[in-house]
Design a protein around this ligand. Structure first.
Ligand code: F6R
Length: 243
C-alpha cells in the first residue's frame, strides 16, 4: 500500500488525475472502475482539463461504475448515472456505449447483479479502480457487515450512509433505501486501486482502515491485502495516522 500525502483537496485531485492519466496513456484501451461522491469530483475536473488541453484521449477506454441507487431513473439528478455524465462522460470524448453504471431501474436485483458481475468479467477485469471512502469505512456501498460481500449485490443502506447522503436530497425520506454495488471481491480483483480521501472528518476512518485490523466491520481495511493500492490523501485526512 502506497500513501501519497497531499496538501489539500486541490493537490489530491491533481495527483489522482495524473495517476489515472498515466493509466490511460500507457493503456489507451483500459477498463477504468469509477466512483461518485464528492471525493473524486476534483479528479474528474482535472481529467477534463487534460482532455481539453489535448493531453488525454478517452476514445478507447471502457468504464464500469461501482454502484447505483436502486429505483432512481437515469435522469434523476441524484442518480450516479446522472452524476457521471455531469462530471465526466459528457465533457470528454468517451464513447457513451462503453460507459457502464449498474441499472438502478432493474427491479430484479438478482438478475441485475449477476449481469453486472459477468459483464465486468467479460471485459477481462478492471485495470484501475477509483474509490472514495465512507465515514464508516464503506467502499462502493459495501457497508460494515459480519462478512465481506464478494460479488455485485443489492444492499440495504445503513442509517449512517442515509444520513451522510441526505444532503443531496430534499429530505432523508427521499434517500433510496437500497443500492446495487460491486462487491468487495469485485473491487479486490481490480489490477490497481486508487483511493482518494480528504478532510478531517475522514481522519479517524483512514487510521482505522489502513492502520488497524483487517475486518468486515471496516470494509476498506481489506485493501491492505491488495497488491497494488495507492491512497492519495490530504493532510487533514492523514492527521490521525500513527507516526
Ligand atoms: C460512490 C461510492 C461511495 C463514496 C463514499 C465517500 O460511488 O462508492 O463509497 O466513495 O461514500 O463519499 P464522499 O466522497 O462523498 O465522501
Amino acid at each position: 500500500m502506497r500513501i501519497i500525502a497531499t496538501k489539500d483537496y486541490t493537490d489530491m485531485s491533481r495527483k489522482a488525475a495524473n495517476i489515472i492519466a498515466a493509466q490511460i496513456i500507457t493503456k489507451p484501451e483500459c477498463v477504468l472502475g469509477l466512483a461518485t461522491g464528492s471525493s473524486p469530483i476534483g479528479t474528474y475536473d482535472n481529467l477534463v482539463s487534460m482532455y481539453e488541453n489535448g493531453d488525454l484521449d478517452f476514445s478507447g477506454i471502457t468504464t464500469v461504475n461501482l454502484d447505483e441507487y436502486k429505483g432512481l431513473t437515469r435522469d434523476n439528478d441524484q442518480s450516479y448515472y446522472y452524476f457521471m455524465h455531469e462530471h465526466l462522460f459528457d465533457r470528454v470524448n468517451i464513447d457513451p456505449e462503453r460507459t457502464n453504471v449498474p441499472n438502478g431501474m432493474e427491479e430484479d436485483a438478482e438478475k441485475e447483479c449477476k449481469r453486472y458481475e459477468e459483464f465486468i468479467k467479460s471485459l477481462g477485469g478492471v485495470d484501475l479502480q477509483l474509490l472514495g471512502l465512507g465515514h464508516n469505512g464503506h467502499i462502493g456501498f459495501n457497508e460494515p457487515a459480519p462478512a465481506f460481500d464478494k460479488e455485485t449485490h443489492c444492499v440495504d443502506l445503513t442509517e449512517s450512509t442515509i444520513e451522510a447522503n441526505k444532503r443531496f436530497f430534499a429530505s432523508a425520506d427521499d434517500v433510496p433505501r437500497q443500492a446495487y454495488t460491486m462487491g468487495i471481491g469485485t473491487i479486490m480483483r481490480a489490477k490497481k486501486i486508487l483511493l482518494v480521501v480528504s478532510g478531517e472528518d475522514k481522519a479517524e476512518i483512514v487510521a482505522k482502515a489502513f492502520f488497524g485490523d483487517v475486518t468486515p466491520d471496516v470494509p476498506a481495511s481489506i485493501l491492505q491485502m491488495h497488491p497494488d493500492v495507492t491512497i492519495v490523501a490530504d493532510a487533514a485526512a492523514l492527521s490521525k495516522i500513527p507516526r
